[in-house]
Design a protein around this ligand. Structure first.
Ligand code: NDP
Ligand code: GDR
Length: 374
């Protein structure tokens, strides 16, 4: 039985998608290997529940130290693991940060993809190993068509998106040139309670929860008019796996087909805690003032200013609007997103409120034994 187990290798296993995908593949009976970076502090929070003692037999989840900027370790790990499937989720994934570190972003996100594809070739695994590339709706950037689908032309608007464009095309090229089963999932924004704290959705659900509990006064945001097509990461990693189970490798857009603004996301998060926010002014003057408090979870008062625009969060070039058309994924793979934005917001707020409540109890009472259910 063990010989028939499929083997998967995930880069970026410590990230949001890596954690959900590792869980999914383990539930499907895979032997899962992940590449993690060396860090001066622990960076495995999201996958600690999957950890298996290396001294135990029949382990099916193994972590390897590695980095997408180091081809020698990628070749060594791939040779050792002999994966049936590689999911390349590792990346410097923050669009705003990519303007600060453009060269590193190109190296990790663009060249990193090439390094893995070359490793497959060097090791003669072209017929064995299937490859998934985490491509992105950021490729559409300055959008040429609404909604965006597989045939919509790209116009990247950040060093991140430009690096990902190289990764997209090198994946297509290695498929055509060497017959590797390699495909791109062009994924629109997807979120969850595991989302990194500096992406806008998590920044909002975390801050609104802390504001409601009196741990923070104000949430500073950049462009609140930006429109995004937000789905749940759990739904999207299922699609990543489905894409590698087809007869023929193809590229797919993964999206919900519904669009909201950042401002609406703030309003939905506040509503979960019983706060209604009124926004006034334009651009940098824009503020969110509490206009009604109905929930017993909210400690802020009517009139409190809890959201302000801070231009420091503006980007040199912005992607104003993204809306995906997932028709191909629905028709060819039978994939449909299962989570609405309101459900996603509710799940994220609940997780962040619970964690803020713990912080609040510690702040009030210090680190003594506490019954958090009180
Ligand atoms: P995260 O930022 O949560 O995770 C990124 C992962 O990549 C982390 O495990 C990180 O490690 C790792 N990583 C970063 N740099 C390197 C490197 N040089 N070498 C090896 N690993 C590295 O991203 P998500 O999980 O949200 O996204 C997964 C992938 O999908 C990314 O490639 C992203 O660009 C892409 N994507 C994401 C979308 C989204 O909405 N979430 C939409 C479309 C595409 P560490 O934990 O140590 O930082
Ligand atoms: P994005 O996600 O750039 O779409 O990239 P992010 O959540 O960072 O921004 C979404 C939109 O919100 C606006 N915004 C802010 N963004 C952040 N981070 N912080 C703020 O304070 C803020 N205020 C407003 C942004 O300007 C933007 O318009 C994500 C990443 O996961 C990429 O890796 C992935 O490829 C794309 O989604 C699809």
């Amino acid at each position: 039985m063990t010989q028939n187990k499929k083997v998967a290798l995930i880069t970026g296993v410590t990230g949001q998608d890596g954690a959900y995908l590792a869980e999914l593949l383990l539930s499907k009976g895979y032997d899962v290997h992940g590449i993690k970076r060396r860090s001066s502090s622990f960076n495995t929070d999201r996958i600690d529940h999957l950890y298996q003692d290396p001294h135990v037999d029949k382990k099916n989840f193994t972590l390897h130290y590695g980095d997408l900027t180091d081809s020698s370790n990628l070749i060594r790990i791939i040779q050792q693991v002999q994966p049936d499937e590689i999911y390349n989720l590792g990346a410097m994934s923050h669009v705003a940060v990519s303007f600060e570190s453009p060269e590193y972003t190109a190296d990790a996100d663009g060249m990193g993809t090439l390094r893995i594809l070359e490793a497959i070739r060097i090791l003669g695994l072209e017929k064995k190993t299937r490859f998934y590339q985490a491509s992105t709706s950021e490729l559409y950037g300055l959008v040429q068509e609404i909604p965006q689908k597989e045939t919509t032309p790209f116009y990247p608007r950040s060093p991140y998106a430009v690096a990902k464009m190289y990764a997209y095309w090198i994946t297509v090229n290695y498929r055509e040139a060497y017959g590797i089963y390699a495909c791109n999932g062009i994924l629109f924004n997807h979120e969850s309670p595991l989302r990194g704290e500096t992406f806008v959705t998590r920044k909002i659900t975390r801050a609104i929860s802390r504001i409601a509990l009196g741990l923070q006064d104000c949430l500073y945001l950049g462009n609140m008019s930006a429109l995004r097509d937000w789905g749940h990461a759990r739904d999207y990693v299922l699609m990543q796996w489905m894409m590698l189970q087809q007869e023929v490798a193809e590229d797919f857009v993964i999206a919900t087909g519904v669009q909201y603004s950042v401002r609406q996301f703030v309003e939905f998060a506040a509503l979960e805690l019983g706060i209604t926010i009124a926004f006034t002014g334009e651009g940098a003057d824009e503020i969110g003032t509490v206009s009604a408090v109905t929930g017993d979870k909210a400690k802020c008062k009517v009139g409190d200013v809890i959201v302000k625009v801070d231009p420091r969060y503006y980007r040199p070039t912005e992607v104003e609007t993204l809306l995906g058309d997932p028709t191909k994924a629905k028709e060819k793979l039978g994939w449909v997103p299962t989570t609405t934005l309101r459900e996603l917001v509710a799940e994220m707020v609940e997780a962040d409120y619970t964690s803020a409540r713990r912080d609040s109890l510690v702040k009030m009472a210090g680190f003594k034994a506490y019954d958090y259910n009180e």
